[in-house]
Each structure stands twice: as structure tokens, then as C-alpha cells.
Design a protein around this ligand. Structure first.
Ligand code: HSE
Length: 413
């Protein structure tokens, strides 16, 4: 029998306890032996709950109990998750986590400690919740040169953007709805500013390149500046706007970024809506693959944690080759990456249309009834080239009392 401990009895931790109980027959068969939950670490007591008699408040009880060989970290955040996880690995215990902040910030060190102690540090649930994506990268796609990973990696923002698209509501109204539904936090910054997606694409990029990625090197833009008017244009263009975390890998040149992108109906991620996540992985041999499902939530995320517990038990005396080395991956500056750009321009007048043609070249223009503005989509160019043209265009417009560019959204149309 394997004794396990769960640190943190919140949404994910309680989901893990529930699955270990409800699916115990399948789990015993898959792991080759019974997995028994011995401790649940939390500051709170949970009288009347199924884990009432397993609650401990002192981490050292878990750390010092040699019978506990697998520890689940479901506390979130870095403190005390980081020192606790490190201590568990150093005590020779396998650790499974759903904590992307921990993996993105300290994954390199924790993976190295796990290797040194011949235990496992597994984090399938840290990206894409219940969607298998980490394991496919180190198992099924291991023979590939990964060329691109692009994902809708945050359910909260995907829900907000879906509501803006389908119901025509503003960002603020959609955010309020997401909060009322329990999808968005009262302080939604980590989701809407793209920080959550940034940690996740950092982890996926490190998995794909085999090198450490500093999430602070990843250009990150959230969805707070996307408006209902942008979606009205998108509808006319047969498009939508999604928040992408993306890595484009060309040998040593790696671009990794988080930003809203306008995509057409033929894009493989177009139909990933509501709170769902989707991840597209392109390999040089396999071509395009897609992973889709629930990227958050109690049981989907806990399901991925439980699968990692089983993997740890199956490999209890060996370290699974997963993760990345200590070598740092250079992330290329955002200015060197190329896109098309959806651009909205103030003032639907002949002069402005001529200025667009003079600066950006011939482009098909889209207008919305009742608005003194228009939009167009540029040819593909680098961010640096776009910025230069935008400055030139804005100063030409502003000389005549117009605002120039009102909005820019990168486009894959
Ligand atoms: N806030 C995250 C989301 C939770 O909305 O996807 C899962 O990481």
C-alpha cells in the first residue's frame, strides 16, 4: 500500500481526495497497489468531511513520516508551497502539483532535486487542468521537433471573450458575469492581464525546448483593452478574438508571447469556447495535433493530479525523464515576430483612407454603420515594422485633428 498526503484542502485538494475514494478500484489496478490518503494538511479543520480524521496542521508530520511516499501540493502560490515541496523531494518523497506558479518559478530547481533523489516531480495538472498536455509532450510527441505550441490556456478569459462575441456585451459586463458564475476571481488580474496564461506557456515552452524558460521574458498582454466594437468588426470579418499563449520555435529562435489574437473560423482553435481550453501542438513529423477539454475546475484538474500519483507509484524507484535542463532558453524580442494586424482608424474620411494606403499599402476596409471610423487588416510584418508605420500614420492623422489608430489586434486570418 502507498501512503499519500495532500497539502491544501481547497478545490483541487478536495477533488483529489474524492477521486482517490470514488475511483479506488481503477486506481489500485492502474498503480499496482492501493493508494491510501494518510494526511491532509490545511490550516482549517473540516469537521464532518470525509477527511476529518486525516487533517494535520503541521507540515513536519508529513515531512517526517517515512510511510508517506507521495505528496500532492494543491495549496497554490509560492509560499509555503515552494519550501514544502522542496523539503518533500529532499526527504525522498514524490511530489505531484497542480500549481503553475510554482512550476514556472521553481520548476528547474525542483526537477533537479527530484532527479538527484531519484523521485518524481510531476505537474500534468499545472497546464490545461484535466487536458493531457504535459505527458504527451514528454511521451507521445517525444520523437518530434516541436515547431509551435499555441493554446487557449485560460478558461476565465475564454469565457469572457466568448460572451463578448456571442452576446455583444462589453468587457466589464462579461467580467461581471464571469465573477457571478464563479469563473473569475474578485480580483481578476492574474487571468485578465494574461499572467496565468504566461506561466502556462512558459512551462509548455520549457517542455518543448528542453531548456529553462523565464516567464518574465515572455511578452504578455491581457484582454482588458478588447471592446465590444472589436467584436462587431470581427463578426463582419467572420472572425473572433481569443487570448493565445504561443511559442513559435525555429531552431534556436524561440518567440513566446501572450496576446489577444483575431482568428478566422478555419483556425483550429476557433471553436474552443466558454471556459474550455484548447492547445495546438505542431511537430515537424506529426503535423498539427489538438488537445481540448476542461482547463480548470475541481474534478478535471484533480483527475490529472491522480494520474500523476499513479505514474509516481508506477515509477516509485526511478525518476521519470521529464522537464528541462538548467540551461536558459533565450526568448526572441517581440519586435522580431511577424503577424498581420487588425487596425481600427479614427475618422471614416477619404483623406484617412488615402493615408492608410500610403503607409500600409492597399487594404480592404471594413466599416460599421453609425461609427466615424473604419478597420483594415495589414499584410504580415514584424512588430518593429508595424510600430514604425503606426507612428508615421498617427502623426499624419494627428496633424489633421484625427486620433489615428484606435485599436490594434494581432490577426491570424
Ligand atoms: N484561473 C485559471 C483559468 C484556472 O481560468 O483557467 C486554471 O489555471
Amino acid at each position: 500500500m502507498i501512503h499519500a498526503a495532500v497539502m491544501g484542502y481547497g478545490t483541487i485538494g478536495s477533488g483529489v481526495a474524492e477521486i482517490l475514494d470514488r475511483n479506488s478500484v481503477q486506481i489500485t489496478e492502474a498503480a499496482g497497489e492501493e493508494v491510501a490518503l494518510k494526511y491532509v494538511l490545511d490550516l482549517r479543520d473540516f469537521p464532518g468531511s470525509p477527511v476529518e480524521d486525516k487533517i494535520v496542521h503541521d507540515f513536519s508530520v508529513i515531512e517526517q513520516d517515512a510511510d508517506v511516499s507521495v505528496v500532492v501540493e494543491a495549496m497554490g502560490g509560492l509560499n509555503p508551497a515552494y519550501p514544502f515541496v522542496k523539503a518533500c523531494l529532499m526527504a525522498g518523497k514524490h511530489v505531484v502539483t497542480s500549481n503553475k506558479a510554482l512550476v514556472a518559478a521553481h520548476g528547474t530547481e525542483l526537477l533537479a532535486i527530484a532527479r538527484e533523489h531519484q523521485v518524481n516531480f510531476l505537474f500534468e495538472a499545472s497546464v490545461g487542468g484535466g487536458i493531457p498536455i504535459i505527458r504527451p509532450l514528454y511521451r507521445c510527441l517525444k520523437g518530434e521537433v516541436i515547431e509551435e505550441i499555441t493554446g487557449i490556456l485560460n478558461g476565465t478569459t475564454n469565457y469572457i471573450l466568448t460572451r463578448m462575441d456571442r452576446a455583444g456585451v462589453s468587457f466589464e459586463a462579461a467580467l461581471k458575469e464571469a465573477q457571478d458564475m464563479g469563473y473569475a476571481e474578485r480580483n481578476p488580474e492574474a487571468d485578465v492581464e494574461g499572467h496565468d496564461t504566461c506561466r502556462k506557456i512558459a512551462i509548455l515552452t520549457a517542455m518543448a525546448t528542453g531548456k529553462e524558460v523565464n516567464y518574465e521574458d515572455i511578452y504578455t498582454e491581457g484582454i482588458t483593452r478588447i471592446t465590444d466594437v472589436d467584436f462587431q468588426y470581427a463578426e463582419k470579418l467572420g472572425a473572433s478574438v481569443k487570448l493565445f499563449g504561443s511559442s513559435r520555435i525555429d531552431g534556436e529562435q524561440v518567440h513566446a508571447w501572450v496576446a489577444p489574437v483575431m482568428i478566422g473560423r478555419d483556425h483550429v482553435l476557433y471553436s474552443v469556447s466558454d471556459v474550455f481550453n484548447g492547445v495546438m501542438v505542431k511537430g515537424n513529423m506529426v503535423g498539427t495535433t489538438m488537445f481540448y477539454g476542461s482547463g480548470a475546475g475541481k474534478l478535471p484538474t484533480a483527475s490529472a493530479v491522480v494520474a500523476d500519483i499513479i505514474a509516481a507509484v508506477r515509477h516509485k524507484n526511478m525518476n521519470i525523464a521529464i522537464g528541462w535542463s538548467e540551461e536558459r532558453q533565450t526568448i526572441a524580442p517581440m519586435d522580431t515576430s511577424s503577424y498581420r494586424y487588425f487596425v481600427r482608424v479614427d475618422g471614416n474620411c477619404e483623406e484617412n483612407r488615402s493615408r492608410v494606403e500610403a503607409v500600409f499599402g492597399k487594404a480592404e476596409l471594413t466599416v460599421l454603420d453609425g461609427l466615424d471610423e473604419f478597420a483594415f487588416v495589414t499584410e504580415k510584418m514584424t512588430e518593429a515594422a508595424f510600430k514604425e508605420k503606426a507612428v508615421e500614420f498617427d502623426s499624419a492623422c494627428q496633424a489633421f485633428g484625427k486620433k489615428g489608430i484606435l485599436q490594434m489586434i494581432r490577426a491570424e486570418l
